[in-house]
Design a protein. Structure first.
Length: 763
């Protein structure tokens, strides 16, 4: 029957077609509502992909459209492949004729190939990647005699991307936005960048849609051709569309108006890369007479998890609204756990993972989802210590990241001047006037004399092999490295690392970068300095890094998933850990400072995404104190913790971590805050909080207050143990106490070295 259309059979009733039998009532309605604009508001885990692909198959089966008359757009090639495979399972070979099924960029590229001359290009144009885009931006900056160290190519490329995401050609960019780059030269550089692309017969990814818009707006006959061709349009993840994509879709839909957009306003989490949640919120205004169908039956999570997520997201004002429900068993409540500090958080999550393993779970059933990548380090190191296999999704592991490797190369070269790999990596990073020719000269001397590159540098300075500018740069580099090597003998490793990153200009390089990745890289560098602060010697830290950087092999029991919340969207796991739910981490202070209320609502949507990744168990944690970028501070629980409905939450208390900690959300009502910063309070309805001081607390402070409920963690009292005492720990064995701080002990264990433990865990 593959490829056949049932409506060719006289007795065919499309409402009872066999491909509809496994759909629920709302999914079926979304499939059968074929005419006019339709918004399929699909909550997390509600089977929207099944509804979307069945709708496509239905259009083909019933003869409403030929395969080439359907435009179906997604955001990723993976999603496009999955959609095509599912449709093939329903209609067979007919899917091969769906030439307009793909990503926004892939379909826009097809259209641009056909009409390239209308955009000033030849049909053989090249699509440049991100690296070439940065390289081209650098050329434009240099040609304009602008300081590229201050105004980087990466920064210009990011600004231009932002304009293109909004569908703006240079002539349409508001005049005041010229100051987004190079003191008012931004628009002129954008024009020069586009002229250079045209000369090269090339386009970047942003151009694909922008050129489409230009062609459609200036050539009504071309637009009319595509409007007529696309009888039906389907758009996946509509909440993630940017302005350019929105305008492109609206233009194409004007003829037949049979556009079906699938999305979830509660999962719009990509505002930082141009997504506009307003696109889905105003769908009914944009398309008069639109039908809105809510997919609310969830097939993924338990009622407790859904109840917690729904209660949390209900605090957002800008949303269309829906109520998720499920027929699954109630399941366990969402667990909320307060811990003393970040180190304890990583330890306890590691213990929980081992406990889940002992119950028969595979490691691949478990996921740790963090707000920012810098939070991963503590978990990576803990997992390595426990021998737990893990995988980092959406980016390299902490010690494999570009910025981490660069910083480590500086430190390795200070420790070992013979390390040519480290020398090569950082000698001209950031740019210091040592180009390829100068570096070739150094390598030639090193090979000829059989000496390391640092020695070759000194030899080169005694010769006439380098130009004057390169010589000056190399003198400065060698002298600075020598000074840092002397400093390393007396300076604490963390202070040295901070000094090197500042004086080298490396931190300044990322501060000046307009790349969307720059803030995260700066956070990772600060986290690295914090990691160094845990060691007494530079050698000890670098040796530690070498050990934890070994390959983390899959033991056959799978690997724990470790990723950011953004990377987790679209995934699901039986057990999900959500650490670091504290103000200024989650919601992110940077986001709130930059975008205020809009950012807060997006952060809350991100929290909602995190909770709804869990199928059976969701465990949220926050710390009373956290060492953030080398500084201890009292941590205030995230407002999102307060917004979780009490009836779906269980507060868990760890023995020995809390003095008189509550075991129930309603067990305390007093609010005693220590070290208030300027007595500043958040004034949200139903709760208030004190801003944290930038130092480690010395007395107990409540961690959670809202709607009359408080969980407290008391500061450690006086320990019964003393320095020099021999103790036993269940996991680490015997050791000698080297220091005592309240109830926290540092113990030199015989087999595992120094560890920090709570005194109630030793005998």
């Amino acid at each position: 029957m593959a490829g056949a259309r049932p409506n060719s059979t006289p007795n065919f009733d499309e409402k009872t077609a066999p491909y509809l039998k496994d759909l629920n009532e709302d999914q079926r309605a979304a499939v059968l509502a074929t005419e006019g604009p339709v918004l399929m508001l699909a909550g997390a885990g509600t089977g929207k992909t099944r509804a979307l692909t069945t709708r496509l198959a239905h259009l083909l089966f019933t003869g409403r459209a030929q395969p080439w008359q359907i435009l179906a757009v997604t955001f990723t090639n993976k999603a496009a492949r999955e959609m095509k495979e599912r449709i093939a399972g329903l209609v067979g070979d007919g899917v091969e004729g769906m030439k307009w099924l793909g990503t926004f960029h892939a379909i826009a590229a097809q259209i641009l190939r056909r009409h390239a001359e209308l955009a000033g290009l030849k049909s053989s144009f090249t699509i440049i990647d991100a690296d070439d885009q940065v390289r081209l931006a650098k050329q434009v900056i240099e040609a304009a005699n602008i300081d590229e160290k201050r105004w980087t190519g990466r920064g210009l490329a990011a600004v231009i991307d932002g304009w293109k995401n909004r569908g703006l050609i240079p002539e349409k960019v508001p005049a005041n936005e010229a100051y987004h780059f190079a003191d008012g030269k931004g628009i002129a550089l954008y024009k020069a960048y586009q002229a250079r692309l045209t000369m090269l017969n090339a386009a970047d990814f942003g151009d694909l849609l922008v050129h489409n818009l230009t062609i459609f707006q200036n050539n009504t006959d071309v637009l009319a051709t595509y409007q007529e061709r696309f009888r039906y349009m389907l758009v996946d993840e509509y909440q993630d569309t940017n302005v350019a994509q929105y305008l492109w879709l609206r233009l194409l839909a004007q003829k037949h108006k049979n556009i079906c957009c699938v999305g979830d306003d509660d999962q719009s989490i990509y505002g930082w890369r141009g997504a506009e949640v307003e696109n889905i919120l105003r769908f009914e205004k944009d398309f008069a007479g639109a039908t809105v169908i809510r997919l609310e039956r969830n097939y993924r999570s338990t009622p407790s998890i859904l109840g917690a997520a729904s209660g949390l997201i209900s605090a957002n004002q800008d949303r269309l609204g829906k109520t998720l429900w499920t027929e699954l068993d109630e399941g366990e409540k969402v667990k909320v756990r307060g811990v003393w500090d970040g180190e304890e958080e990583a330890r306890l999550i590691g213990d929980d993972i081992e406990s889940e393993q002992s119950k028969g779970r595979t490691l691949s059933d478990l996921a740790v989802l963090v707000r920012a990548s810098f939070q991963m380090r503590a978990f990576e190191e803990r997992f390595n210590m426990l021998g737990l296999a893990y995988r980092v999704v959406g980016g390299p592991r902490f010690y494999e990241r570009e910025e981490t490797r660069d910083a480590l190369s500086y430190l390795r070269l200070i420790r070992s001047p013979d390390n040519d790999l480290a020398f090569d990596r950082i000698v001209n990073k950031p740019k210091r006037g040592l180009g390829d020719k100068a570096l070739q000269t150094l390598h030639k001397i090193a090979r000829a004399q059989s000496v390391p590159l640092m020695v070759a540098s000194r030899l080169a300075l005694e010769s006439d092999d380098l130009h004057a500018s390169a010589r000056r740069s190399l003198v400065n580099f060698v002298d600075t490295m020598d000074r840092w090597s002397r400093d390393a003998k007396d300076m604490a490793p963390a202070d040295l690392a901070e000094l090197v990153l500042e004086e080298s200009g490396y931190i300044e390089m990322w501060k000046n970068s307009k790349s969307p990745q720059a803030p995260g890289k700066l956070d990772n560098l600060k986290e690295l300095i914090q990691a160094v602060s845990e060691f007494d010697t530079l050698e000890g830290y670098l040796d530690h890094v070498a050990l934890v950087s070994e390959l983390n092999e899959d033991s056959g029991d799978g690997q724990v998933w470790l990723m950011t919340l953004h990377a987790a969207k679209g995934l699901e796991f039986p057990v999900v850990f959500l650490p670091g739910w504290e103000e200024e981490i989650f919601p992110s202070k940077r986001s709130l400072d930059e975008k205020g209320k809009a950012a807060l609502e997006e952060e809350r949507r991100l929290a909602y995404v995190g909770v709804t990744r869990a199928e059976e168990s969701c465990r949220i944690s926050f710390a009373a104190n956290r060492q953030i970028f080398g500084r201890w501070q009292t941590a205030v629980p995230s407002r999102f913790v307060d917004e979780l409905p009490e009836e779906h939450v269980e507060v868990v208390s760890e023995p020995g971590l809390y003095g008189n900690a509550a075991t129930d959300l309603a067990s305390h009502s007093s609010f005693e805050a220590t070290k208030l910063k300027d007595d500043a309070y958040y004034d949200n309805p139903g709760w208030r909080r004190a801003r944290a001081a930038k130092s480690r607390p010395t007395t107990g402070a409540p961690l959670l207050e809202g709607r009359g409920k408080t969980v407290s963690v008391s500061a450690p009292g006086k320990s019964k143990y003393k320095k020099g005492q021999r103790v036993f720990h269940q996991k680490f064995g015997y050791g000698i106490i080297s220091s005592v701080e309240g109830q926290k002990l540092t113990v030199d264990f015989e087999h595992s070295g120094p560890k920090k433990v709570i005194d109630t865990f030793v005998d």
